[in-house]
Design a protein around this ligand. Sequence first.
Ligand code: GDP
Ligand code: IMO
Ligand code: MG
Length: 426
Amino acid sequence: MSGTVLVGTQWGDEGKGKVTDLLANDYDYVVRFQGGNNAGHTVIYGDTKLALHLIPSGIMYDSVTPMIGNGCVIDPKVLCGEMRELEEKGISTDKLLISCNAHLIMPYHRVLDGASEARLGANKIGTTKRGIGPCYQDKFARYGIRVQDLLDAKILRQKIEAALAVKNDILREVYDMPTYTVDEIWHEYLEYAENIRDHVVDGSQLLNAEMRAGKTVLFEGAQATQLDIDHGTYPFVTSSNCTAGGAMTGAGVGPTRIDKVLGVAKAYMTRVGSGPFPTELFDSYGETLGEAGHEFGVTTGRRRRCGWYDAVIIRYAADINGLTDIALTKLDVLGAVDTIKICTAYEADGVVYENVPSQQTAFHHAKPIYEEMPSWQCDISNCRKFEELPQEARDYIERLEELAGVPISIVTVGPDREQTIMRGWK
Ligand code: GDP
Ligand code: IMO
Ligand code: MG
């Protein structure tokens, strides 16, 4: 095994952090390839609980080198804070690598994210307001500022000047908001530069050399397939490619380096922010899942919308990402309900859809067509083998596997690293 891409299959928060942490020790590198501190990945082992936003979920293993790839957007203020927090917990960040080509989130990106959402009013995306969208906008407009610019004070100043020439106009004229001076941002970012300098590398060249030499890499996705800028529920998406292809551009390696694509799928579904969610529950089942699954955002603390497992979405994720395996997470939570529904198709405006409708309006109107299965209604969090699970849980896994057409080779039954059933993952 040389390269594995791990992605979210739904709307995020599937448990990617837990699964990455679980597998990380088998790899030499764990690399984030897109997104920024909009992500919130929880890692729990023993008494230690980490909520990671930017730093890859592999940081706590001595043998693993974590890297933030070129496809990520980095808020250096947040990064320095996260590094400090880890150090305070006794986790060294010395070996963290940061790609010189990753883009920097600037103070005006955060402000513009909030201002743009306020302007959209009822049509808002429900972003995390971390400046993600505005930073990627600048990247594609080709006046973004990159990590490597931090290393040259003169260049950094020129880039800030060029960006502010546009940004200050927008802040003043469009949003009637305060503007920034070059000096204030320059001095602030020069301080971050001192903390980050020693970690900066050419991520792509380093990874390719290492993979050529036989080193293994786990590419840790953030967000998820339905939040992907191209393949998600546009415009209610994030501003990056969270699907497997994003790992190629976001880390600078070719597809021939990848031999496994692991999709993380929650045994029910959640979504934070606006946008369609056909299986969303507005009844006591939704409340029960939210409570039993502690469904509150790691980044913003927002209550997550809850719904039944949607097999249409997972089949779509299997295609878009080329999934070779699925990690099914939070199965234990379904023990809290008496009956479980699985969405196998949709009906919208008199038409049955076996696949995700291409038309946004049809997806907004999609009504789930369900099949129902009994729940096991007991605590399965101590099960460590498939055979130890109650029959109803085994039936549920096997049915989901059949519907996905992809093996479910990992099942998780609790947040701790140990609360996992390995079922053929190699
Ligand atoms: P990520 O963004 O995909 O990494 O997921 P989050 O960390 O945002 O959300 C997943 C939440 O579920 C976290 O609080 C995890 O600790 C928790 N979790 C992960 N796997 C399991 C599981 O199998 N059972 C339960 N009950 N909780 C889990
Ligand atoms: P992890 O990696 C869940 C959602 C936001 C919003 C939309 C756009 O923890 O799974 P953005 O700030 O990215 O411009 O917001 O995307 N979103 C997430 N939802 N988990 C995440 O990350 C998310 N990152 C962004 O709620 O709907
Ligand atoms: Mg999360």
